[in-house]
Design a protein around this ligand. Structure first.
Ligand code: AQP
Length: 328
């Protein structure tokens, strides 16, 4: 079986973008691949976090993974900081990454604008740690949203460089991007992606938002001039709502357009809101159930860390040997 690795930062409450672009697909892949899913807490501190919130959110993200259908009997689920090999491999890979290529990363440029008072070295080397996450498991595929494509590319470049200099060591990973919903945009400013850390609460749907909130946010969603419900470059608002609708109903965008032929924006927005609320309802119910079962949740991440450490330490040993470190 091919191996899959992916993760989400516990840097905020998960959004519909994280769900459609990432987690929903992870659940589908479990039967056909060997899946390793991580909560990347090391990554999240590249932006200032309040410790108590980070602690709470890390567990909430874990429970949302499980609630969205990631089954600990089928997949490895763990917390990044529990497996020290990620940080250790990141050091070695950092010595094989160039300042120039890291400076070209869109996410670094965007986040340094957004967090101008804290452009720390971790933010700059974020893609190196992400390369370590992927390469330490010798992952074949990395299911991510479109915004992470550049980081998967750099992981490939670093892996190729290492393999050429030292000899074959890493599997070269490939990004695995969903056809529909690879980029969910903000409901308020559809030119920007929907983001966990968006300060405008109406721009983003949280996985744990209740039905009324979801409907209200969709009713307020920005649409475009004209009245046609069609996916088009000059209609970013409507296009975004159509891709959300098709992602949650598993319809193609063409089918979604047909559903709303001749209908008005008001009716359309309400229908999208309802479809989203219906999709999230079972996820939310399962999340609530898991919240009441702390012991089980703890057993899942402990077992996950053990399984992940086993694979990761094997790669790390190999890497240390190749670069010329003496075995303990
Ligand atoms: N809007 C989106 N549409 C589709 N996919 C998305 N992803 C994120 N936003 C969208 C995918 O979710 C996974 C986890 O993302 P992450 O936690 O690594 O952080 P991110 O990409 O930086 O996501 P956010 O929500 O924007 O977080 P903040 O605000 O903390 O930076 C990835 O697979 C990503 O592609």
């Amino acid at each position: 079986k091919k191996r899959i690795f992916s993760g989400v930062q516990p840097s905020g409450d998960l959004t519909l973008g994280n769900y459609i672009g990432a987690i929903k697909n992870w659940a589908k892949l479990q039967d056909d691949y060997e899946c390793i899913y991580c909560i990347v807490d090391l990554h999240s501190i590249t932006v200032r976090q309040t410790p108590a919130d980070l602690r709470r959110r890390t567990l909430e993200v874990l429970m949302q993974y499980m609630a969205a259908g990631i089954d600990p009997e089928k997949s490895v689920i763990f917390i990044q900081s529990h497996v020290s090999a990620h940080a250790e491999l990141a050091w070695v890979l950092g010595c094989n990454a160039q300042m120039g290529e890291l400076s070209r990363m869109t996410q670094f440029k965007e986040k340094s604008k957004k967090h101008a008072d804290n452009i720390n070295a971790g933010l700059f080397t974020y893609p190196v740690l992400m390369a370590a996450d992927i390469l330490v498991y010798q992952a074949d595929l990395v299911p991510v949203g479109h915004d992470q494509l550049q980081h998967v590319e750099i992981a490939r470049d670093i892996a190729n460089r290492f393999n050429h200099y030292y000899s074959d060591t890493f599997t070269i990973p490939e990004a695995y991007i969903p056809k529909v919903g690879q980029r969910i945009m903000s409901l308020q400013s559809p030119e920007n992606k929907m983001s966990k850390s968006d300060p405008n609460p109406n721009g983003c749907i949280r996985l744990l938002d209740d039905k009324d909130t979801i409907i209200r946010k969709f009713k307020r969603a920005v649409t475009d001039s004209g009245s046609e419900i069609k996916s088009a470059a000059d209609k970013p608002g409507v296009t975004n709502l159509l891709s959300i609708y098709s992602a949650v109903t598993n319809k193609t965008v063409e089918e979604a357009e047909k559903d709303f032929e001749g209908k008005g924006y008001g009716e359309f927005k309400l229908a999208v809101g309802e479809a989203v609320a219906d999709t999230l309802a079972p996820v939310q119910a399962e999340f609530c159930r898991l919240q009441g079962d702390k012991e089980y949740v703890e057993s899942v991440y402990k077992k996950g860390a053990e399984a992940a450490s086993y694979i990761a330490s094997k790669t790390l040993r190999k890497v240390y040997k190749k670069v010329g470190f003496i075995a303990k």
